[in-house]
Design a protein around this ligand. Sequence first.
Ligand code: ADP
Length: 451
Amino acid sequence: MWGYFCMLAFLLILLVELVFYVTVAINLENEARGKVEAVCFDMGRLLKFNPVKFEDGLIEARQDGVNVYLIAGDGRVFFPRDYKGTPDVYKEVMNRIGDEKDGYSLTYRTGNKVSCALKVDDGLQPFYILAKYSVTIVTRTVGTLQLYLLIIGVSIFLLAFLISYIFSKNITEGVQTLSDTAVKFANGSYDVEFVNVDYKELAALSDTLNYVRDEVKKSEDFQREILANVTHDLKTPLTMIKAYASMIKEISGDDRDKREKHLQVIIDEADRLTGLVNDVLSVSKLQANIAEFNLKVFNLTELVYGIVNKFGYLQESQGYNFMIDIDPDLYTRADEEKINQVLYNLLGNAANYTGADKTVYISLKSSMDGKRVKFSVRDTGKGIEKDKIAEIWNRYYRVKENHNRPVKGTGLGLSIVKAILENHNFDFGVESEVGKGSTFWVDFPLVPSEI
Ligand code: ADP
């Protein structure tokens, strides 16, 4: 990590230096070109319109570091007067602009000199003005700048090196601590604490990990509870079955009435066991997402009537009232068998938890816009406390009390309901008021019948 930081710092500094160097070098050269061109054109103008001032201009230009030459077409060098060189400048201008027309100019660089040549031709004989400026000073400035930049660059790099070392050390140490704690956690110590406050991101990660730890802890507790619940629920019917079987063997074997009664207990308890095993299987399959869903259009009204009829025995033998308000022939598209399981669970719960009047209200109504069907089942029981509402949908959740239920439950009913409805993407929920009762509802899509 530290290595990457340093590499990044190095590349950035290199880039900045390169950009700086290139821009400065280009700027300085452009300035030199501008300078020689300005002098060259000024001298050209003087030669044409004010030749007596030509020499003054020449001196002025020289003070500015620019050397100016006035060369005649025949090779004589008029200015500077003290020009003693070989006819180099004449050759130079002839090569560059000798054949060009009056007023033609050319700026070029040779070695460390920038020159501008201009042709002035009044028809009698051509003249050439050559202005030369040495860029040695420019190159030297660029060199100095380069050195400064190098010093600054190296200092910044050393600083970046140091800072990134401190940063990366802190981050790596933080991550290492978190990772060590995670290993401890994975090995089963659920009381570990993920701590990190140095960096916001790592602190957020610690919070998330602490949250995960809490959830895993909760789930562990749930697992333990279900094991206790299921073992208890398995034990009771098994004890009963064994006890009644022994009774038949030893006592009631010959008494037909008693035997029948005892056999019925065995059958009921065996049914209860089957129900429990089926529920556990359903939950496991739904939660593992391996349950298959067979979607088709079916008559929801008929399904609801069918389920209510199944509870008819409670009406006849125990004085329950099922008040129904059901619209005829409402169709929906879903897995009929699984929806049957959902509605059966909700109705069973309502019968289990309703109040002393033993009344359950069932309604199935289409919405105003004709797009949805709302199923709801209301009881008059003691309701569910607000802080418990979220929990009742959890696996194995059961309010701890000995409730006298007419319909046997396993504590898995609502988690099965939730898993099935979530799989269908149907809205569902519960409204409950303590002391008044609860209403569980499901929103189905309303579809035309397929005939
Ligand atoms: P079970 O009814 O077998 O315990 P469920 O998953 O069906 O399991 O329900 C979980 C818990 O939700 C119940 O133990 C009960 O405390 C609460 N509950 C469910 N339905 C109702 C209801 N209609 N009124 C009050 N409490 C309810």
